[in-house]
Design a protein around this ligand. Structure first.
Ligand SMILES: O=C(COP(=O)(O)O)[C@H](O)[C@H](O)COP(=O)(O)O
Ligand SMILES: [Mg+2]
Length: 414
């Protein structure tokens, strides 16, 4: 049996329900047509290569089919047998592997995937998803809130825990480590774990509310597992993982351990923009979010619908996908973060709805009266926005919110 790259294009093919269907945006190289480039994408991402092959008899055809060309977008369908069940790195080595550097295309972007049941069922998915709001915090009607101490690294362990305590008693639900804080000498992991949970316990007792801590366990996989065990032993509810920098296989291993320990996973997406920022190349944030849900994170940063300091791709559409039905798999709680402050909360919730986590760093600690006041201001803004109450009205009973509005207004920061 022969196999050439041209065998991978069939515009009359209708994808089966069991196929993994991917949509790509491509810019063919000068010596290629859309058809030849589409065919080469399907070939290189499944079982073909540049040379014609004699496959022989002892061969199962795992070829993909380029079945649609629509402007600069193409559709490619992959048979489920191409994929090892539950192995996200292997799936990505197909659908976002060699093709990303293939000379037949000047640029190529994986835009979206339709995941068939057979592939989805290889993954555990989230253990909690957005039920963290109720299951951990007993909160049903409002977004949960979080803050990340700033400066993002360099605070001593003692100061870090104090900042957490101030944020918690000011009314926030979660203290969160920043993406590049792990186990450095100025703030060692083990000490931070102990002191922060000690502060958490005091804050819980004083406020009568459930408080929790997103401690960053990111490291090599073995170390992450050890840190995850330490978090469970300390009475934590979550681990935080930088899912892109650590890699999806490692996240899958941590997810398995979290299943045993009953912990939730907060996913920070640092480095996602290396894949998704340029609109014509890479892997979209939408697909990174899909991967995150399959490998089983419970909370994921998906941006601020353009209101914050960082570039965002379609926060609302991604959040909708994270909540959509996926053969009964749990949803993921979207985390809005990056340049948020109280004045932006009403517009944010208008765009996203209340089933999210609102996270602010500078927008809490940069408050003129400090962290505790900043936390009060953010909590007041969230509570008012859920009720559709104008922030200026709520500010009459919350001077901290008034001070935040005076300082930052309702502007997007730089
Ligand atoms: O440190 C922060 C936010 O700090 P601040 O609130 O001071 O801007 C987070 O790392 C960003 O949320 C990442 O962005 P994203 O959420 O878009 O991944
Ligand atoms: Mg950060």
């Amino acid at each position: 049996m022969g196999l050439t790259y041209e065998d991978f294009l069939d515009l009359s093919y209708e994808p089966r329900d069991s196929d993994l269907v991917c949509r790509f945006r491509i810019d063919p190289a000068d010596d290629q047509t859309m058809e030849s480039a589409a065919s080469r994408v399907a070939s290189e991402s499944s079982n073909g290569t540049w040379a014609a092959l004699d496959t022989g008899e002892d061969f199962t055809d795992m070829g993909a089919t380029a079945f649609a060309i629509d402007g600069d977008e193409i559709g490619v369908a992959y048979p489920p047998g191409l994929f090892e069940p539950g192995n996200m790195p292997q799936i990505l080595s197909c659908i976002a592997g060699n093709i990303m550097g293939m000379k037949a295309v000047d640029t190529i972007r994986l835009l979206d995937c339709e995941w068939p049941r057979e592939v989805v069922e290889g993954f555990t998915g989230p253990g909690f998803g957005s039920s963290v709001r109720e299951e951990i915090f007993g909160v049903e009607d409002r977004p949960i809130t979080a803050t990340v101490p700033k400066p993002k690294v360099g605070l001593s362990t003692k100061r870090h825990a104090e900042v957490g305590y101030e944020a918690w008693i000011g009314g926030l639900d979660l203290l969160k480590d920043d993406e590049n804080l792990t186990d450095q000498s100025f703030n060692p992991f083990a000490d931070r774990l102990a002191e922060s949970f000690d502060a958490r316990d005091r804050a819980q007792e004083e406020t009568g509310e459930v408080k929790s801590y997103l401690i960053n366990v990111t490291a090599d996989t073995q170390t992450m597992l050890e840190r995850t065990d330490m978090v469970a032993e300390a009475g934590g509810e979550y681990v935080m993982v930088d899912v892109v920098t650590t890699g999806w296989g490692a996240v899958q291993t941590v997810r398995d351990r979290c299943e045993e320990l009953g912990l939730a996973i907060h996913a920070h997406r640092a480095m996602h923009a290396a894949f998704d920022r340029l609109p014509h190349h890479g892997v979209s944030m939408r697909v990174l979010a899909q991967i995150s849900r399959l490998v089983g994170v419970d909370q994921l940063h998906t941006g601020t619908a353009g209101l914050g300091k960082l570039a965002n791709e379609d926060t609302v559409g991604i959040n909708d996908w994270l909540r959509s039905d996926l053969y009964g798999m749990r949803d993921v709680l979207p985390v809005a973060s990056g340049g948020l402050h109280p004045g932006l909360v009403p517009k944010l919730l208008e765009a996203t709805g209340p089933n999210i986590c609102v996270q602010a760093g500078g927008g809490v600690h940069g408050h003129p009266e400090g962290t505790e006041a900043g936390a009060r201001a953010l909590r007041a803004a969230v509570e008012a926005a859920v009720l559709d109450e104008p922030l200026e009205v709520r500010a009459q009973e919350s001077p901290e919110l008034g001070a935040a509005l005076e300082k930052w207004g309702t502007e997007t920061p730089r």
